[in-house]
Design a binder for this molecule. Structure first.
Ligand code: NAD
Ligand code: UDP
Length: 339
């Protein structure tokens, strides 16, 4: 049995990945400081899978405390989800973002080196393609210019991991560039539970639908896109989680650095998201059109061919599934995990 350490594994993507790993026969250890999550998510992972998860409450920046986990467990691979991810907040608190996101990465790499753990998967983002690259994004494109500190932390962490692998033949690194994860596990027991006002589109839509927010503002309808609103590559979080299982198989068997886009390859506009959510769930989402949000690109979507050819992974769920499963989670947990 292989032990996989999920750093930041109590969060939205980490909890869904924990379910898929457990159901594929891996043992899962979670390290999280619960700064944007809660232990209840781990309990629900155990409830869904009927398997137990070893959990540590730890700030991953704290190398000495993190080391205890490496001492106590024979870890085969690390998946590094731990990070702050609110784009807007990162422009207000850049130091916090650089400190947290980069130091968690360095602490993990230091412990891995000391305890001879040679496999790491990193949660990167489509944001690293920056402003210059044309869509659809392919993995061999250069990283571009980001519009905010959050994006720069991802660029820097990719660089750090590449440099670490260059200096150490044994190290195997997989950089997963996520597009826009939405949806929830079909059980409705785990899902995205943002603190405060959601920054991202889908949790905002579902909180309007459930009555927690009055209306959605669609940021800009004067873009050079088919309906004037921005287009993104939305991916069901369970498809994304399954991509991590494939990436674990890959990272355990290979050396060096490999980059994969995890997206569907098909963009949808903000208006299409709202109308599909309304149709699939037979519920109204009050919305108005407002000004553009600073830093938003008109379009972002993947060429997802490499993940299919190398990992044998592709998405299986469509936009209707994403909207249905988001609503199933939201209506059963109107206040997230704080029920
Ligand atoms: P999330 O906030 O739900 O999960 C991140 C987890 O990391 C949380 O449980 C948080 O408590 C934990 N964490 C943060 N700093 C920590 C620290 N110093 N020590 C210990 N735990 C810490 O976010 P998510 O949506 O699950 O995203 C996971 C990763 O994927 C992040 O790195 C994020 O940047 C990246 N990503 C997310 C998206 C997205 O849209 N959700 C898109 C691209 C990339
Ligand atoms: N968006 C919006 N209203 C909101 C939140 C987001 O119109 O309240 C739009 C945003 O401008 C972007 C799309 O929805 O075009 C996806 O935004 P999100 O923040 O979810 O993802 P990202 O910008 O990181 O792709």
């Amino acid at each position: 049995m292989k032990n996989i350490l999920l750093a930041g594994g109590a969060g939205y993507i980490g909890s869904h990945t924990a379910v898929e790993l457990l159901e594929s026969g891996y043992d899962v250890i979670i390290a999280d400081n619960y700064s944007n999550s809660c232990p209840e998510a781990i309990k629900r992972v155990e409830e869904i899978t009927g398997k137990s998860v070893k959990a540590y409450e730890v700030d991953i920046k704290d190398t000495a405390k993190l080391e205890k986990i490496f001492m106590e467990n024979d870890i085969d691979a690390v998946i590094h989800f731990a990070g702050l991810k609110a784009v807007g907040e990162s422009t207000q608190k850049p130091i916090l973002y650089y400190r947290n996101n980069i130091d968690t990465t360095l602490s993990l790499l230091e412990c891995m080196k000391k305890y001879n753990v040679n496999n790491i998967i990193f949660s990167s983002s489509a944001t690293v393609y920056g402003e210059e690259n044309p869509v659809p994004y392919t993995e061999e494109m250069n990283r571009g210019t980001c519009t905010n500190p959050y994006g720069w932390t991802k660029v820097m962490m990719e660089q750090i991991l590449e440099d670490a692998a260059k200096a150490d033949d044994k190290l195997s690194v997989v950089l997963l560039r996520y597009f826009n994860p939405i949806g929830a596990h079909e059980s409705g027991r785990i899902g995205e539970d943002p603190q405060g006002i959601p920054n991202n589109l889908m949790p905002y839509v579902s909180q309007v639908a459930v009555g927690r927010r009055e209306q959605l503002t669609i940021f800009g309808n004067d873009y050079d896109t088919p309906d004037g609103t921005c287009r993104r590559d939305y991916i069901h979080v369970v498809d994304l989680a399954k991509g991590h299982v494939k990436a674990i198989e890959y990272v355990l068997e290979n050396d060096g650095v490999e980059v994969f886009n995890l997206g569907t390859g098909t963009p949808y506009s903000v208006t299409e998201i709202v109308s599909t959510f309304e149709k699939v769930n037979d519920i109204k989402v009050n919305h108005v059109y407002g000004a553009r949000r600073a830093g938003d690109l008109p379009e972002s979507y993947a060429n997802a061919d490499k993940a299919l050819s190398v990992l044998g992974w592709k998405t299986e769920k469509n936009l209707a599934d994403m909207c249905r499963d988001t609503w199933n989670w939201q209506k059963n947990n109107p206040n997230g995990y704080k029920n």
